[in-house]
Design a protein around this ligand. Sequence first.
Ligand SMILES: C[S@@+](CC[C@H](N)C(=O)[O-])C[C@H]1O[C@@H](n2cnc3c(N)ncnc32)[C@H](O)[C@@H]1O
Ligand code: SF4
Length: 381
Amino acid sequence: MNLAFYIHIPYCIKRCGYCDFNTYTPGELQITTGLNDISNSYIDLLIKEIQFARAEVGENVTVPSIFFGGGTPSLMQASDIGRVISTIKNGFNLSAEAEITMECNPDTVSKESLTQFKEVGVNRLSFGMQSAVKHVLETLDRTHNPDNLLQATNWADQIGFKEISVDLIYGTPGESISDWQTSIDSALSLPITHISAYALIVEEGTKLAAQIKRGQVNPVDDDLAAEKYLIADQAFTSAGFDWYELSNWAKPNSASKHNLAYWLGDNWWGAGPGAHSHLNGRRFWNVKHPNLYKEKIESNQSPIAGSESLEELQRESERLMLSLRLPTGVAKKTLNEQQLLELSEYVESGHLDQSNWNEGRATLTVDGRLIADRILRKILL
Ligand SMILES: C[S@@+](CC[C@H](N)C(=O)[O-])C[C@H]1O[C@@H](n2cnc3c(N)ncnc32)[C@H](O)[C@@H]1O
Ligand code: SF4
C-alpha cells in the first residue's frame, strides 16, 4: 500500500489577514519560550503520532511523498524536520525518489537554513509568494517584502533545490489587471518549476472579511478574477508550465506527486492538530487545537477526533469532483445517461473539449475551468 504523509506545523509569526488555516502565533498560544523550544517539543509529539500511524497501518507500506505544510514549517529547526523524515524512513519504506516538500514563508528562511533543510532530506520547496505588488501584499496583510522572494528562490536554486514552487493569489481587492500581470511576470522570472495560483477566498471570521464588511476594503470582483485566471493560464503555458490541476501548473515532470496523491484519491496520513487522513475509503481527523493535541499525545491517547466511512455514493461523488479538476477529466464510460446528457450541453457551449469527448473523456476547456463547480453540480449523484 502507498501512504503519503502530510505533516502539519501550526505556527506562524503573524496571522495574515485573509488566512483561516489551523495556525497560531506563539502569542495566541501564550508560549513564552523561543521558537527553538517549540520546534523541539512539537516535533516530539509528531514523532509519537507517526509511530502510532505505523502501529495502525503495519510495515508493508511505501511512502512516495511527505509534505510539511502549515502554518509555517520553515519556522522549525532543520534537525527537527530531519527527525520526522528519519522516523518515517525507519517505520516505513520511504521511496528512494520520494518527494519531500516544505512550505516556506519567504521571510523565515536564510541561505543557511535552506541548506540545512536540504541536508536533512527536503527536496522540494513551496514559497508563499501571493503577489509581487506592495499594495496588494499590504491588503493581504502579508509581512514580506516582494524582494525577499527573489532572494529566497535564488538561494534555493544556488543550493541545488531542483523543485521550487510559488503560491500566488489573484483577485485581491484593489489588484488591477496590470498588478496581476506584474506578479505573473515576477513569478516567471524566478528559478521555479511549479506555480499554484489560487483565487482569493474571503473566509468568514478573518480580518479581511471584517474589513470588507465595514466597507474599508472593496469586495472581490468575480468577473475580474476570472479574467485574471485566463491571463495567468496563457502566460504560464507560454512559459512552459503545463496546466495539471485547476489551480496548478508545472514544468514537464515537476507536477507535485503529493498533490496528485490527494487528487487521485490515494491514501494519506495527516499528522498534527486538525490534520485529516484518508485510508481505503475511511476518513479521520485530529483534534484541532495544538494544546489539546499535545494533551492527547502526551497521555498516550489517540489524537483522532472523528471519523467517517465513505459510502459508495460519496466515494463516487468524490471521484467525480477530483477527476474533473485534472486534464484527464472523467471517462464517459463511467457516467450514466443523465450525466452524459447534462455534459453534452457543455460540449456544445465550449466548456468541455469536443475532441476528447469524441474519444471518450469529459475534460474541461480553459473556459470550462472557470465554471468547474457549476458543471460538477450537474453530474453529482
Ligand atoms: C499554508 S499556506 C503556505 C505557506 C506559508 N504559510 C505562507 O503563507 O507563506 C498555503 C497557501 O494557501 C493559500 N491561501 C491561504 N488562504 C487563502 C485564501 N483565503 N484564499 C486563497 N488562497 C489562500 C496561499 O496561497 C498560501 O500560500
Ligand atoms: S503565513 Fe501562510 S499559514 Fe500563516 S497566516 Fe499567512 S497564509 Fe496563513
